[in-house]
Design a protein around this ligand. Structure first.
Ligand code: ARG
Length: 472
């Protein structure tokens, strides 16, 4: 820095009112631009005001400020909140962020009492608090949405507990399953997503407020009181950690990435199922778009976008992991870069969940097409092998071999397994009886899968009912 600052357009800008004591001049325009976060952190205004209310109330209880000052602060904060709520608040870049915008306006409104609010507090613990509260609120809202999505899946599962569809591995027809069973697989996945968010919420629910800049404060504050007032389990035990930690936000974004990945798998399946050669499901006009050139088209854009949201949600997680990596304790301005990824993750996942719930409710499974394909590709070959084990006592490996020969014979004959005659079957294994034909149908295969968690329609119906009751 030269001793005499060279004149720049911003050099004549007034010094910041909140720290002007040490500064003769204002920041360069580009400094202001890179430094300001008000463009995005204004979204935390409710959390910021809630934190200030708790702090002011506690300061008065502890005798650090007078009750009159507290009352003026609380009334002033109400005024600020209603100005922001009604759109009448002027957010200013000079005031850098939401914390200073709120505080400066409060001081404009109530004067000296407003200047006392920041006693025993710093923007470092303030921002740590606001982001934590914001993420906690986001988790609560996402939890409601995930549950809604699960309800939509459960309703389809209950309606289609016995609707056959081909089950796949390697996207090759493997064994018959039901559409309901398939829907319930996603219910289980989303239930784990909910658990992950809930687990993240439990760990993040400690209050950083009162850590002040980094080392705590000499004022007789009551951190337990503010923690309780703001719905936290306890204050964070280490002031340095309190202002530095963003691992909870990383956890939040990791849980979101997992959830987005699960949604994207369903989205991908919807895209496949919608494709004309499959026609397993249809979506109505409500969740599809047409083509500007090909009049026959019905495109699953919502599913494609749910699939694609995963990209930015994954990117956001990596962005914050990268910001935090190697960051020396305690606060660094780097951490201001946490907000946009966090907000974008919450927004993107909320949108993906809403679109998924909507699509699932809108889905009309095409039972006929799914039934036809459920029986294709020798899908009941395992049932035949199991019959050889159960009825003839063959070791499973031998049964697998015999069945393999029968599949080859059917393939050569251009038929499915049930299209072979008993005599043709007996070429591979002479002890096979007529009874084998009872397990070769899709329905028999489905009904036999009664093992816990299996695809038997009775199982699926029972699980759908249990989920319906759990979700309320
Ligand atoms: N806008 C800042 C952020 O988002 C608030 C904290 C600023 N603290 C500071 N010491 N400059 O991180």
């Amino acid at each position: 820095m030269p001793d005499t600052p060279s004149p720049s357009p911003a050099a004549s800008a007034p010094a910041n009112a909140l720290w002007g004591g040490r500064f003769a001049a204002g920041p360069a325009a580009i400094m202001q631009e890179i430094n300001a976060s008000i463009g995005f952190d204004r979204r935390m205004w409710r959390q910021d005001i809630a934190g200030s209310r708790a702090h002011a109330t506690m300061l008065a209880t502890q005798g650090v400020i007078t009750e009159a000052d507290r009352d003026a602060i609380l009334t002033g904060l109400d005024q600020v909140a209603s100005e922001i709520e009604s759109g009448g608040f002027t957010f200013s870049t000079e005031r850098e962020d939401i914390h200073m915008n709120v505080e400066a306006r409060l001081i404009e409104l109530i004067g000296d009492a407003g200047r006392r609010l920041h006693t025993g507090r710093s923007r470092n613990d303030q921002v740590a608090l606001d982001v934590r509260l914001w993420v906690r609120d986001a988790i609560d809202a996402l939890d409601v949405q995930i549950a809604d999505c699960m309800r939509a899946l459960v309703a389809q599962a209950a309606a289609h507990a016995a609707t056959p569809m081909p089950g796949f591995t390697h996207l090759q027809i493997a064994q018959p399953t039901t559409f309901g069973h398939h829907m319930l697989a996603y219910v289980e996945m989303l239930a784990r997503d909910r658990d992950r968010f809930a687990d993240c919420r439990t760990r993040l629910n400690e209050c950083p407020l009162g850590a002040a800049a980094l080392a705590g404060t000499s004022f007789p504050i009551d951190r337990h009181a503010t923690a309780t007032a703001l719905g936290f389990e306890r204050p964070m035990a280490n002031s340095l950690d309190a202002v530095s930690a963003r691992d909870y936000a990383i956890e939040f974004m990791a849980a979101a990435a997992n959830c987005a990945a699960n949604l994207s798998r369903l989205a991908e399946e919807i895209v496949i199922w919608m494709s004309a050669p499959w026609r397993f499901v249809t979506l109505s006009d409500a969740f599809t778009t047409g083509s500007s050139i090909m009049p026959q088209k019905r495109n699953p854009d919502a599913a494609e976008l749910v699939r694609a949201k995963t990209g930015r949600i994954n990117g956001n997680l990596i962005a914050l992991l990268t910001v935090m990596k190697g960051l020396a304790l305690t606060y660094g301005k780097d951490m201001q870069e946490d907000k946009e990824p966090i907000f974008d993750t919450a927004d993107s996942l909320a949108l993906a969940l809403a679109a998924t719930a909507g699509m699932v409710r809108d889905l009309r499974p095409n039972a006929e097409a799914m039934r036809r394909w459920a029986g294709e590709g020798f899908a009941t070959a395992t049932d035949l092998a199991d019959w050889l084990v159960r009825v003839l006592g063959l070791p499973f490996r031998n049964a697998h071999h015999v069945t393999g020969r029968l599949v080859a014979a059917a393939e050569a004959k251009g038929t499915d397994l049930a299209g072979l005659s008993l005599a043709e079957m007996q070429v591979a294994e002479p002890r096979i009886t007529e009874d084998v034909f009872s397990v070769l149908t899709v329905e028999a295969s489905l009904a036999s899968r009664v093992s816990y968690g299996g695809t038997a329609p009775a199982n699926v119906a029972a699980q759908a009912k249990a989920w319906h009751e759990r979700l309320g």
